[in-house]
Design a binder for this molecule. Structure first.
Ligand SMILES: CSC[C@H]1O[C@H](OP(=O)(O)O)[C@H](O)[C@@H]1O
Length: 356
């Protein structure tokens, strides 16, 4: 299956949501049917669906499931119960701002829609689908803008990425992998170097899978090898995704991204962050305010189902880190590529214009 437009990690089907089960890739390609808002919350928390834009889309359709569960015909009571479901979905994961942005957009749509409860259900489904469709178009625009800022030589570039910011992490096509796909389409790409991305291994499992699906040459490396590859002159540029970008351009992304950015700077290799406007959190001034999710220590002490650490050791498992704006050559958005210290000025007016 192609991992581009045809591959939708989140799909609404009449009265349920079909998720690609990302915990099973690459061993098996399977889907799960999500019938309730509660099950959608579990799917987001357990990373059956993951990736900042993808969990925003998933939460939006989770609210559509919730709307089906609410029995009342009283509009005000419906909105009260819908907000309670929104609280549950908001509590699933704290770092990716797309989750909160999508839920807020859905709740605003419901509260401002006219008519009875049946109409609110219709508006919610239309809004969730629009969020999904917009993200797909946004990823394509990010991909195409991204190619314009990649180094002009060599003609065929070697791009390193960290984690998975691909079609699986979005409504399709991807952000960082959107740049990869557009570069590949334009004959500008020799190879992707994919950090395996311990502990969840999204690079080894998901990025490699997406590239292999489309015959994009990909080399998987252990996270500890990225510095060596850059020192050896094997990497021309780095492109990663983001889960939340502060107004000053500091960017939170999967744990290990900050190290990659530091090494890229040391070797004068351009380090780009690819993300939609919905990932920029204008309400926070710097990356210090970005909440960092801490996950189950078992993700550290197990590989697969094999325990690799002795009982008695303690563990620390932050799922994200923050790369300061000073290490970022440019933020690639659907509106173009901007220096991180100009992101607030450049894009705030679009946010006020309701384009988010
Ligand atoms: C376009 S995906 C952005 C971001 O989301 C991923 O986190 P997770 O797999 O924990 O949901 C990763 O940080 C990606 O770069």
């Amino acid at each position: 299956m192609s991992a581009t437009r045809e591959m939708y990690p989140v799909q609404w089907q009449t009265d349920r949501v079909i998720l690609i089960d990302q915990t099973k890739i690459p061993g098996e390609f399977g889907t799960v049917e999500i019938l309730t808002s509660q099950d959608m919350a579990i799917a987001i928390k357990t990373m059956i669906v993951r990736g900042a834009p993808a969990i925003g889309v998933a939460a939006a359709f989770g609210l559509c499931l919730g709307a089906q569960e609410i029995q009342t015909v009283d509009r005000q009571e419906f909105l009260v119960q819908l907000e309670a479901i929104a609280v549950t979905l908001r509590a699933t994961r704290p770092t990716a701002v797309n989750l909160f942005w999508a839920i807020d957009r859905m709740m605003q749509a419901a509260q401002s829609a006219p008519g009875d409860v049946a109409n609110l259900r219709t508006i919610l489904q239309q809004t969730a689908q629009q969020i999904s469709d917009d993200d797909l178009a946004t990823c394509k625009a990010i991909g195409d803008h991204g190619v314009t800022v990649l180094p002009s030589s060599p003609q065929k570039l070697r791009l390193l990425t960290h984690c998975n910011a691909g079609g699986l992490a979005t409504a399709g096509y991807g952000t960082a992998l959107g740049v990869v796909r557009s570069a590949w389409r334009d004959g500008r790409l020799e190879r992707v170097y994919a950090d395996e991305t311990r502990p969840r291994l999204q690079g080894a499992k998901l990025t490699a899978w997406e590239c292999v699906q489309e015959q994009i040459p990909v080399t998987v490396i252990a996270d500890s090898m990225a510095a060596h590859c850059m020192q050896q002159g094997m990497i021309d540029a780095v492109v990663v995704g983001a889960d939340r970008i502060a107004a000053n351009g500091d960017a939170a992304n999967k744990i290990g991204t900050y190290s990659v950015a530091l090494v890229a700077k040391a070797h004068n290799i351009p380090f780009f962050v690819a993300a939609p406007l919905s990932t920029i959190d204008f309400k926070i001034k710097s990356g210090r305010e970005i909440p960092i999710e801490e996950r189950d220590p078992a993700e550290i002490f197990n590989i697969g189902h094999v325990r690799i650490c002795p009982e008695g050791a303690e563990f620390y498992n932050p799922a994200f880190d923050v790369t300061p704006a000073s290490l970022i050559a440019g933020i690639i958005t659907e509106f173009g590529v901007f220096p991180p210290d100009q992101i607030e000025a450049e894009l705030a007016h679009r946010a006020e214009g309701g384009k988010r």
